[in-house]
Write a protein that binds this ligand. Structure first.
Ligand code: FAD
Length: 526
């Protein structure tokens, strides 16, 4: 019997396990389906390119996307200590203050969350009005120093974008290099930053290779979970609460497997209904992204990581191509006239990635990917069967909103304009995966052909519908969800730091500590 059973040791689960066990009188059991994070490709930043499709990934695919040529889109998710923070691209972005204010949920505005972003943060630049120092999560400058990434930023400036040296500062708009969640050139996953420093605590038990099948209820009260390790199913009890931190696909899957979800759907899967809650698994939003790939004769791309010199450099100084997070540079822009904040984000990647990474690069080059920050389209997560080992069905339904496609076409036009600037010309000599021309028709076809989900699913256990303002599942007792799935709308940016900030605040809610005071500094009104 433990006080809290936490399901999933990802970005949120690691934060919660570490924060709740700061109180020696509280016991926590953290259950993770995947293995420990021993694989070196997790820790050497560029190594994560080799993790897709391995046993450290859930290897999900979307249902066929009707407006994307019927393709099934890969949906990578970490299945290992650290979860997706052990397999992600390490870009540190908080989103736009407006995102949280627009949620309209008491306790979750920018002023409420900003103190938790800062509490989590240990920024290499030091503490300032905008940044925290001394927190568990290292935020660092790029150590790869790739010439192509820097040239792309110059090209974006030549195309008229403002230069931005801090996307998490006063203004999000502009082009620049991303800061990354690394320390000393190594990945700082939530496991490295929060969990490992806490694992020696006697009140924290971490079990890996433990697949949770469902939540156990007595009436409407959650009392534990059923889980299997090496095929052996066992029941694990929680004296105070069960907390789901299984991510935006697996938390709604687990709720539905436990009888909590749309009753018709559950009956179709022959599951007993504990609570009819149509919002579970609905409201999925992700940043639809497209891309273009160019080749160059200039020997500057991350292909250099294959050279023995790159390994020597990394071993000696933790710099160079192997320290790259891949998505080194980027921009936040407004493509639709009159919008109040950026609606498109770019990631510029100094290497060719072909066939969704399954084909070898044909030489040096780069990939640029614009994504929609404020998509109108909503998808859903549903059960394929009542088998807890079966993959859930994920429908993104990208471009169900025509406005989303219009904005993507505008984003592709801007991508081509930046790609035509003198600063980037030496690195974009051969179009390998590019639109046929810049006509409306060609850009729409390119979007349909290349759109993918840029790994930021949220909304499937949203605050306000599935969970309340304390992240307790509405209509049930002693059950919470704390992970990316509770965000009602996807923020304007990458979702790891927001998930960590949410978990930091949730830890205070759960332990009964007074939440950090809301901030009324310029940061809150930016
Ligand atoms: C390839 C990729 C690149 C990304 N790049 C970035 C980036 O550069 N910057 C950024 O900010 N964000 C990025 N993200 C997104 C970010 O990592 C996620 O939003 C964030 O990690 C989500 O945290 P979470 O706690 O909700 O879920 P996760 O971190 O995915 O954690 C869920 C955990 O639960 C476990 N689990 C699930 N089901 C069960 C079960 N039934 N039983 C037991 N355990 C279970 C999983 O194995 C996993 O460990 C990226 C994501 C991916 C996949």
């Amino acid at each position: 019997m433990y006080d809290y059973v936490i399901v999933g040791a990802g970005s949120a689960g690691c934060v919660l396990a570490a924060r709740l066990t700061q109180d020696p009188d509280v016991s926590v059991l953290l259950l993770e389906a995947g293995p420990p994070d021993a694989n070196q490709n997790i820790h050497v930043p560029l190594g994560y390119l080799k993790l897709a499709g391995t046993e450290l990934d859930w290897n999900y695919f979307s249902a066929p996307e009707p407006r994307c040529d019927g393709r099934r889109i890969p949906l990578p998710r970490g299945r290992v200590l650290g979860g997706s923070s052990s397999t992600n691209a390490m870009v540190y972005i908080r989103g736009n203050p407006r995102d949280y204010d627009d949620w309209g949920v008491p306790g979750w505005s920018w002023a409420d969350l900003f103190p938790y972003f800062r509490k989590a943060e240990d920024n290499e630049r030091g503490a300032s009005d905008w940044h925290g120092a001394g927190g568990p999560l290292p935020v660092s400058e790029q150590r790869s120093g790739n010439a192509i990434s820097r040239a792309w930023v110059e090209a974006a400036v030549q195309a008229g974008l403002p230069r931005n040296d801090d996307f998490n500062g006063e203004c999000q708009d502009g082009a620049g290099m991303y800061q990354v969640t690394q320390r000393g050139g190594l990945r700082a996953s939530a496991a490295a930053a929060y969990l490992h420093p806490a694992t020696s605590r006697p009140n924290l038990t971490v079990l890996t290779h433990m697949l949770v099948h469902r939540v156990l209820f007595e009436g409407t009260r959650a009392v534990g979970v059923a889980a299997s390790q090496l095929g052996h199913v066992q029941e694990l009890r929680a004296a105070r609460e069960v907390i789901l931190c299984a991510g935006a696909y697996n938390s709604p899957q687990l709720l539905m497997l436990s009888g909590v979800g749309p009753a018709d759907h559950l009956r179709l899967r022959e599951l007993e209904v504990v609570l009819d809650q149509p919002a579970v698994g609905a409201n999925l939003s992700d940043h639809a992204a497209t891309y273009a790939v160019w080749g160059t004769e200039e020997p500057e791309s991350l292909l250099l990581a294959r050279e023995p010199a790159a390994l020597e450099q990394f071993m000696a100084t933790q710099t160079g191509p192997l320290a790259s997070n891949l998505a080194e540079a980027g921009a936040f822009v407004r493509v639709e006239p009159g919008v109040p904040a950026p609606d498109v984000q770019f990631h510029a990647i100094p290497v060719q990635i072909l066939e969704e990474g399954t084909a070898d690069p044909e030489g040096h080059g780069m990939l640029v990917t614009p994504c929609l920050l404020t998509p109108e389209t909503r998808g859903c997560v549903r059960l394929a069967s009542d088998d807890p080992t079966a993959r859930p069905i994920v429908r993104n339904d990208f471009y169900a909103s025509e406005r989303d496609l219009e904005r993507m076409v505008a984003a592709l036009r801007l991508m081509l304009e930046i790609g035509a600037q003198p600063a980037i010309a030496p690195y974009c000599t051969t179009g390998m995966v590019v639109p046929e021309d810049d006509s409306e028709e060609a850009l729409r076809a390119h979007a349909r052909r290349t759109t993918f989900a840029i790994y930021h699913p949220v909304g499937t256990c949203a605050i306000g519908s599935v969970v309340d303002e304390q992240l307790r599942v509405n209509g049930l007792e002693r059950l919470r969800v704390v992970d990316a799935s509770v965000m009602p709308v996807v923020p304007r940016g990458n979702t790891n730091a927001p998930t960590i900030a949410i978990a930091e605040r949730a830890a205070d809610l759960i332990s009964g500590a007074a939440p950090l005071a809301s901030v009324t500094s310029p940061a809150a009104s930016a």
